[in-house]
Write a protein that binds this ligand. Sequence first.
Ligand code: GLN
Length: 489
Amino acid sequence: MEIHELTGLELAEQIRQRKVSSQEAVRGLFQRIRSIDPRVHAYLSLNEEQSLRSAKDADDALAAGRNPGRLAGVPIAVKDNICTTDFPTTCASKMLKNFHPPYDAHVVECLRREGAVIVGKTNLDEFAMGSSTENSAFGPTHNPWDLSRIPGGSSGGSAAAIAAGMAHLALGSDTGGSIRQPAAHCGVVGLKPTYGAVSRYGLIAFASSLDQIGPITKDVRDAALLMEAISNHDGRDSTSGPSGVGPCLAEIERPLEGFKVGVPKEFFGEGLAPQVREKVMEALRVIERLGGKAVDISLPHSDYAIAVYYIIAPAEAGSNLARYDGAHYGYRTEKAEDIISMFSRTRAEGFGPEVQRRILLGTYTLSSGYYDAYYLKASKVRQLIRRDYERAFDQVDFIISATSPSAAFKMGERTANPLEMYLADIYTVSVNLSGGPGISIPCGFTRENLPVGLQILAADMQEPRLLRLARAYERETNWRQTRRTAIDD
Ligand code: GLN
């Protein structure tokens, strides 16, 4: 097996046992990135020299008998809306094109503490708004399974980097599905943690009541490893819980017994592609073999989730993005006549069309006269959605569905119709609204050889159990080993 094919955990072990050096792994990885990434465009920035220096630090520490951390020497890719002092952090926006954050995000501090080597920053939909990575101001990312298709979004760069063997671990962010949906489309694992389980300090805010940072990895063990590294209390994010989710990696190989899996009827209706449904139903049969009892359940307010999400997320985005005015930092227009035209021109030139659309939507739904009808109403329905999940988790331990109603679509297919793009978030947005954890894991391929993702949900802070079921399924099916992406053909 070549080094780039190893999972993060496998590589960490090999480095620790000094079977390969981190410098060797990093050098090989950059060679691979140079040959592949011109076709995929997963990365917005890379730094080989600095990565080799961090790799050398890890190698030297190990040679001297010190413990440089659990991720020592392992290359990781970080979504470019997560602040790093040593790379620009652009949010794939012209607005932040040359922004160099003066501080590291909390999760980045965690990675460095564990000795990980941050190799680069990955592409995304501008300010994480989108489901295809086509909204990047710096050009789209391509799906390594079929370069004519989208990798999903908004963390498309991280998912594509993992799928194409251009990083061993990655971080993404998930506001309405942006970790899980690209993971599904790229045939990798993506975990959205419970709201509050991972600090967002240094994550550039999109919709603050929904945003979470989480792992995108080759397998479930890596997701557990990375989750352990980033989930802990941080006083700089007021929503950070008193403690993290606790040990995950040691938990996941333990057998599960006598558990119930909810199959919500609302998630298997109209709009679900037949081939995707088939794969999810096959996965359910595997889970039954593993000891799960399938239970038909209902999440009665699911029909409202998209509408509620697309009111709340743009409203919060509109507020969060008010800070980009050309005065403090980031892009500033060169054509201003006075301060007002400086603000408006900066924003008209600096933000792409999808971001502008969200700001318009958010401003509208928050404006006086409309607030009660839209934002307040949506907030109330959000509570009903949350209650649906609380009730469901009184009955069952897990809930399963497809992650996305179809496999990866062709580039450009949905750019002309934003509503169609929004509707594809149907299975992912509700747990952002309700707050619980969700994982997407590979569950097979369509006839076109495109990966299909299985979404599994659990109650708040149940990540260790969620990962345990995901791992049991993965051990049983091992989809990762069965096919190769088109990129190596
Ligand atoms: N696709 C959703 C949106 O466009 C979710 C994005 C996200 O999770 N960051 O808002």
